[in-house]
Unconditional design. Structure first.
Lengths: 372, 123
């Protein structure tokens, strides 16, 4: 495969090459898609742990006396619910209630927030944020994406592995909280977050130390058979956990309500960009909605395949795969609201062949051990 | 690294020709490119195939690929084990056959590569 010189590389690019990863272009980046195979890596995360390089993700920081007001204005969730050290899933919204991006909001201090954004959206998001926080008063946005390497250690053995490398008491970090400290003697921010439906951590370190931390984590995880993993497994894992993928499952033309993400809307907070549309859709309902499906016939409904309800073309598959852990063909589909009840059967055009599928509740996979 | 008793195509299929019947599978290179195979869709016995035309599809977790007929002829057998064990394509690519074709024109075999030539194009 050709690699145009314009492809960006993470601080771990050479590490991936040296360790034998299969590296391909993704969202403008030259990224490891798999190390030992998607199924193997997927199962490792469900049963032990896997280590992902997600340094391509962007970090945009907003600081100043009015940083809170700025964040409240541009994102759908209520940042007023966050304590320092806490994180929430949210949306950067358009005036039409759509997604500029989906983000994680980290509250660093009362006057400092960090947004983790999608790799392909960094430039767009940063320009959008700069433009839309102008009215908020004393708040500036800085694109610090190149100042962080980010790795995700995901799976039931993540805590035991990472604890060997840090003095921070990881058991005290609750789900969607973070702490700062050292990992392998490198200054790090450690957050209990991830994109796999599994327990785990995301670790932010300076780019120059990324290789050292990556190798230290794999060494520490050897006794648990922790392995490096790529974006292929990351995609099948997130889909099993029914986590949405920007650009596939939603975009600027999908509203927060159509994406069935009403839970990331702060209904009681002051108005934010697009809140009038989102509130109206909550009151009046939406005409179409993203739902989970499972194939009935032997086929895989994939991204972009048309969905048919009662023989009529009515929607589109936004994500779909054969999941390694559940061993089923599952996915997300955008369907007319009348066809979104659980148990509704419909058809997917799988390259010219109509295959039966059924709307099912999500997540498809939920980890056994709850209560983090 | 590729078995010398097989012939190969540009589309990464292998072919074994015995008594006018070609046994067809995909190469180790192909299965590595595809990754974990989850579905193999094959033609029915009796179907007529034309060289270079699509005769089936193979799906991995991440992608769908077409299967191209390496030679023309009639399908005499399909490997039904692949319905329940598609992963055999990954674990034993050169032993896991997909279809057997009774050849209609054996001279077409002249267009196939030997192991050495195929090894060169997959570098």
């Amino acid at each position: 495969m050709t690699q145009p010189e314009t492809l960006k590389k993470t601080p771990l690019h050479a590490t991936h090459k040296a360790m034998g990863a299969r590296v391909i272009p993704f969202a403008g980046w030259d990224m490891p898609v798999e190390y030992s195979g998607i199924v193997n890596e997927h199962m490792a995360v469900r049963e032990r742990a896997g280590l992902f390089d997600v340094s391509h993700m962007g970090e945009i920081e907003i600081a100043g006396k009015n940083a809170f007001d700025a964040v409240q204005h541009i994102t759908s969730n209520d940042a007023g619910k966050l304590s320092i050290g806490q994180i929430q899933y949210s949306a950067l919204t358009t005036p039409d209630g759509g997604f500029v991006d989906d983000v994680l909001t980290y509250k660093m201090t009362d006057e400092h927030y960090l947004l983790v954004v999608n790799a392909g959206n960094i430039t767009k998001d940063y320009a959008w944020i700069v433009e839309h926080i102008k009215g908020a008063g004393d708040a500036v946005a800085v694109n610090n994406s190149s100042r962080y390497a980010l790795m995700a250690l995901q799976g039931p053995k993540a805590e035991a592995t990472l604890q060997k490398l840090t003095g921070v008491d990881l058991s005290a970090i609750k789900y969607y909280w973070f702490a700062t400290g050292e990992v392998a003697s490198v200054r790090a921010t450690i957050s209990r977050t991830g994109y796999t439906g599994e327990d785990g951590f995301e670790v932010f370190v300076p780019p120059a130390d990324a290789d050292r931390v990556w190798r230290a984590i794999l060494d520490a995880g050897k006794e648990f058979d922790v392995i490096p993993a790529g974006l292929g497994a990351r995609d099948t894992l997130r889909l099993e956990a029914a986590m949405r993928l920007y650009g596939n499952d939603m975009d600027e033309h999908t509203t927060v309500m159509e994406a069935d993400l009403g839970w990331i809307v702060g209904w009681k907070k002051t108005d934010f960009i697009g809140s009038d549309v989102i509130k109206r859709q909550k009151a009046e309902g939406v005409t179409r909605k993203l739902v989970g499906f499972e194939m009935i016939d032997r086929a895989i409904g994939r991204h972009g395949y048309d969905a048919y309800v009662n023989g009529e073309k009515a929607g589109v598959v936004t994500s779909g795969t054969q999941t390694p852990y559940l061993k089923k063909a599952i996915g997300f589909v955008m369907l007319p609201i009348d066809a979104t009840a659980n148990g509704t059967e419909f058809e997917i055009d799988c390259r010219g062949r109509r295959a039966k599928a059924v709307v099912v509740p999500t997540p498809f996979y939920k980890r056994g051990r709850a209560g983090l | 690294m590729y078995p010398a008793d097989l012939k190969y195509t540009n589309e990464h299929e292998w072919v074994r020709i015995e008594d006018g019947v070609a046994t067809v599978g995909i190469t180790d290179y192909a299965q590595k490119q595809l990754g974990d195979v989850v579905f193999v869709e094959l033609p029915s016995v009796g179907a007529t195939l034309k060289q270079s035309e699509v005769f089936g599809t193979i799906e991995s977790v991440k992608a769908v690929s077409e299967l191209y007929a390496p030679l023309s002829g009639e399908v005499t057998e399909v490997n039904s084990d692949l319905t329940n064990h598609p992963e055999a394509v990954n674990s034993k690519p050169h032993e896991t056959w997909m279809v057997k074709i009774r050849l209609s024109d054996e001279t077409e075999a002249g267009s196939l590569m030997d192991a050495e030539a195929y090894g060169k194009i997959t570098g």
